[in-house]
Design a protein around this ligand. Structure first.
Ligand code: FES
Length: 139
């Protein structure tokens, strides 16, 4: 079996939503200290708390790029409340799997989105449960 699924290869070679949003409503940046990869997510959110646009910049491995691309596809057009529910597991499933040693790359995508939502909440003085933004511990 190939190490990477066709979907991973597709989102790695043709990543969706790459870039930066200059007037973003929320920005999240996370990194993994072990591999050194960095992911940045930009959100545009309308008055109904719908994510109207999302972009990412990832300096990392193929799995991190594919995970960022898939994660942005999964939250675009969705309410913020759904975006913070997006788990790395859902990203992995949508990619038809990742090798076990690459699961942490999908966690980076989940955390980057959460960091961007937290930034959006902080900028707008919206209360939230800090538990929602607790870091996941994954090797
Ligand atoms: Fe670290 Fe992929 S190897 S994010």
């Amino acid at each position: 079996m190939a190490l990477y699924s066709e979907k991973v290869m597709d989102h790695f070679t043709n990543p969706r939503n790459v870039g930066k949003i200059d007037d973003a409503d929320g920005v999240g940046e996370v990194g993994n200290a072990k591999c050194g990869d960095i992911m940045k997510i930009y959100l545009k959110v309308d008055e109904n708390q719908i994510i109207t646009d999302v972009k990412f910049n990832t300096f990392g491995c193929a799995s991190a790029i594919a995970s960022s691309s898939m994660a942005t596809c999964l939250i675009k057009g969705k309410p913020i409340s759904e975006a913070i529910e997006l788990s790395n597991k859902a990203v992995v499933e949508a990619l038809d799997g990742l090798p076990p040693v690459k699961i942490h790359c999908s966690v980076l995508a989940e955390e980057a989105i959460k960091a961007a939502v937290k930034d959006y909440y902080d900028r707008n003085g919206i209360d939230y449960d800090p538990e929602t933004f607790k870091e996941k511990v994954v090797d």
